[in-house]
Ligand binder design. Structure first.
Ligand SMILES: Cc1cc2nc3c(=O)[nH]c(=O)nc-3n(C[C@H](O)[C@H](O)[C@H](O)COP(=O)(O)O)c2cc1C
Length: 228
């Protein structure tokens, strides 16, 4: 299909160009994609092996293909590889996490995360070669300083982060979805503008050869789906 522009009420449209598969191919591809994604795990043990910048750029490009409310694409992916900045982030995150683990988390919460065997210490924030700090843009800040609306920001940025995690996994790298709470320190450390709020902190790297992950079970299809 050629990609020439067709106008609708003066607005440019192009033909949908994603490839279409036979029903057999759809079945095979859906099963293969599930098998692949089912191997994704949250990792807390990385090597310090470097990763070409181009890989991270492609992963972020992939995340940025996500749908978003009114196509506002209300996300900023900050990429940190500088060792001093990673150290600053680790120290600030550990300060918050120490408070959370010793004061802020409820007993139920602590019981719920016990199988993960995590604690306030986050060495992976320095070991992983990259930290991708995802910010949501709660509104648009135009170059002239005026504001514009963004819509369904949490949903949009959540989907983009899902794409990001899928892309990281697809290329054979590992990541952790990390939420040192509260995360405001990231806005200050990375000098983010007033319209941005930290959303997720995602270390990315190669898995350490001896890395362990908790033996968690995923809910079966029957528990997570209802068919009408
Ligand atoms: C929104 C969100 C926040 C999370 N925050 C943390 C965190 O701060 N620290 C951590 O070790 N894991 C965190 N996780 C990872 C979860 O513990 C993990 O996804 C869950 O145990 C399932 O394991 P899996 O990702 O390996 O399937 C978070 C996950 C999500 C989706």
């Amino acid at each position: 299909m050629t990609n020439h522009v067709i106008h609708r009420n003066g607005h440019p449209f192009v033909h949908y160009s994603a490839s279409i598969h036979t029903p057999e191919e759809v079945i095979y591809t859906s099963a293969a994609f599930y098998q692949r994604m089912n191997q994704r795990r949250s990792l807390r043990d990385f090597t310090d092996e470097s990763i070409p910048r181009e890989v991270i750029e492609n992963i972020i490009r992939t995340a940025s293909t996500a749908p978003s409310g009114a196509n506002k694409q209300p996300w900023t992916f900050c990429v940190v590889s500088n060792p001093e900045t990673k150290k600053e982030i680790r120290l600030a995150a550990e300060k918050e996490e120490y408070e959370s683990y010793t004061q802020r988390m409820s007993n139920e919460w602590l019981r719920d995360i016990e199988p993960l065997q995590t604690d306030w210490q986050k060495p992976f924030l320095e070991t992983a070669p990259y930290l991708i700090v995802v910010f949501k843009q709660v509104y648009e800040l135009k170059p002239d300083g005026t504001k514009g609306n963004h819509y369904y920001v949490n949903e949009s940025v959540g989907i983009a982060c899902g794409f990001l995690l899928a892309a990281i996994h697809q290329v054979g790298l590992a990541a952790l979805t990390h939420t040192p709470s509260p995360m405001n320190f990231l806005s200050q450390l990375l000098h983010r503008p007033e319209n941005e709020r930290p959303y997720l902190l995602i270390p990315v790297g190669y898995a350490a050869p001896d890395a362990l992950v908790p033996d968690l079970k995923r809910k079966p299809l029957s528990e997570v789906s209802v068919w009408y």
